[in-house]
Design a protein around this ligand. Sequence first.
Ligand code: MN
Ligand code: MN
Length: 464
Amino acid sequence: MSEERKALREKLLSRRKNGYDRVKAEELPAMERYCGLYKTFLQQGKTERECAQKTVELARQAGFRPYERGMELKSGDKIYRVNRDKSVMLAVLGRESLQKGAQIVAAHIDSPRLDLKPNPLYEDSELAFLKTHYYGGIRKYQWVTIPLELHGVVALKDGTAVSVKLGEGDEPKFVITDLLPHLGGEQGKKPLNEAVTGESLNILLGSCPGGEEDEKDRVKLHVLEKLYDKYGITEDDFTSAELEAVPAVQPTDIGLDASLIGAYGHDDRVCGYAALQAILELSDPAKTAVCMLADKEEIGSMGVTGMQSAAFDTFLHDLCDGQGVALRECYENSFCLSCDVTAAYDPNFPEVFEKRNAACVNYGMGLCKYTGARGKSGASDASAETVAYVRRVLDEADVLWHISELGKVDAGGGGTVAMYMANRNIATLDAGVPVLSMHAPFETVSKLDCYMTYKGCKAIYEAE
Ligand code: MN
Ligand code: MN
């Protein structure tokens, strides 16, 4: 081929390339370090409350102060506000006025799981069980026969809350049983999403009867005694509890080359941690940087701790008040990166992807102009100008990224917090880490994509 043709091809053709062929070798140790910190965060944050708590801990270490309404602030100040222990907002005040807008990264720290019902405990055939109601989109068959832990709080009538963590480390775990293949013939004929029903996701809690032979419900009472001894709670206290069954697995490297991370809750803590770590390291940004770690995304972002809650507006309103700026003016000049995971192309299931527009493992942060389903319904669909702005910011900061969409047309779809930000009159674009087996009890991501998403968040905070 002539040099001229080569140059033409170079100039006109888009070339999607594996991130490992583009990343600078000197970045790899930093990537490994970052991923180590992320694994620790995941290990300690298996619920939204634990993630919020860990976030506050890290923020304080990085010099962030709890923000009180009316507090005097100057540029460079680092603050945070916690919303009801489940969601955290952090900000680093910029050199410019909030009138010029804020640079926002929004992610969520809730993940799919099994919540206990308000009246969960029962005994059947001398075994004790807990009834569950699943939270978020799960494939129910994936949650049987895996070890589970129970995390959460029991709020008592006197206003105190008991923090519960059962099954960690060497402690006994819990499990949901399934049929043996020998007797699973009929079940096996059912469609995958009907073979295991929601009402059969009952957690095995114990089997040893306590008390005396003529008593009823001896196994149930025995486990209640154990709960009372450890936490001082009774059966009625389940009524005002939020107890979440989460997989009893630790984050671990995957692959002989250790290039991937397997864990529970990558969606969306992998982006939440990227957004957090990037703002913790930020100093003296031009515009005010805001990190929003929301709850309730997996069930539609409703509720007082979700992205639709006025808690976010109140926080920014308070900051704007301090500068005599109208919130609406701040919003219309702001940008938000809705940082959430996307589906990574899985060659085991090529039929649901459209390869030219799929997010790929190791291709860096996956940008999504739109999400939604059935003709982009439920998507905020970022404008061409917004995507161009992000292309420029990411390229200038040497962030590896690729454009993608979640699955092929009409194969399904999904949403993020993007639309709720966009509805506030904030230009918003979706971007995040491509995930294999998203929403499974054990999800897989690539280290390179984790690191590039962190770099991407940093670039957004620092952008003019
Ligand atoms: Mn998500
Ligand atoms: Mn999700």
